[in-house]
Design a protein around this ligand. Sequence first.
Ligand SMILES: Nc1ncnc2c1ncn2[C@@H]1O[C@H](COP(=O)(O)OP(=O)(O)OP(=O)(O)O)[C@@H](O)[C@H]1O
Length: 325
Amino acid sequence: MIEAHGLTKRYGATVAVDNLSFEVKPGKVTGFLGPNGAGKSTTMRMILGLDTPTAGSVTIDGTRYRDLKRPLTKVGALLDAKWVHPNRSARAHLAWMAASNKLPKSSVDRALDMVGLTEVAGKRAGTYSLGMSQRLGIAGALLGDPEVLLFDEPVNGLDPEGIVWIRTFMHRLADEGRTVLVSSHLLSEMALTAEDLVVIGRGKLISQSTTQEFVDRASGTTVKVRTPQLDQLAGVLHQQQLVTRIEDVEGQGKVLFVEGDLTTDQIGESAAAHGIVLHELTMQRGSLEQAFMQMTGDSVQYHATDGQLPDPSITEVAAGPKEDN
Ligand SMILES: Nc1ncnc2c1ncn2[C@@H]1O[C@H](COP(=O)(O)OP(=O)(O)OP(=O)(O)O)[C@@H](O)[C@H]1O
């Protein structure tokens, strides 16, 4: 379990993380989302003791990182997969990491096996594809068999096969009871990977909930109905004070959409009670992307499409490439 209480980090006039409190529970993958410059990396660095909070605290199972006796056996992290020496083999790299952290040699073979790199462990890391480099980075995070794992943008630049591998692997780690916190800008991927979400904007907490709750809260639900008795059904639903709209959908003709917090059961039962034939009855949920845009819209300081420069009085840099920070 990771717990942040009033976590704050200031860099001069910039407030990178602002009184942030959240919990990351074991046995689940938790997505860590926010627009560029929201403070995700800074928060992760504070969890890992790489940055000191200006105020507040963050603990792992009740202990600050710097007070952990053997940190790698408690927390593993993948922050940047590129830092491996290109002339070193994967095995040599992990052996060096294990030795410098006083971990047994057997931890190297176990970690290589977990990420499926055993066969190529003798090859120079410089010859690895991005997907293999990510696996090597994850093997490094797993060396101490930690209960808590942090991954910063693990799927960046990966091909679809690599992305699916990472997703499956994260689920496996969570199923083993570990605490998994992962940041990513690929929202469609996060919708499939993360059961819970911590969403921040300008360093502040915007939402902490399950992914489903976040999407439902932001976008609401719509039920799509196809029926040859469209007007009759619309009349029945209006009598129940439900809001409906009829749209022409290409290839499907006229379709009825029912707005609001209701279930397909309700509509199906009303239709049956009036002898109305249904060809389709589907719950349509908004996407995580729509929900994210709606919930974080105000916290993005510079929209790439605005065509304007950011307000110079604002010191925080947002929505630009990472190198600009
Ligand atoms: N070492 C630093 N010195 C000064 N400002 C910093 C430093 N590190 C981060 N910042 C600023 O703190 C804010 C939060 O940055 P951070 O990298 O944590 O955001 P992020 O959510 O990880 O962004 P991204 O999605 O772009 O990676 C930004 O305004 C950034 O410019």
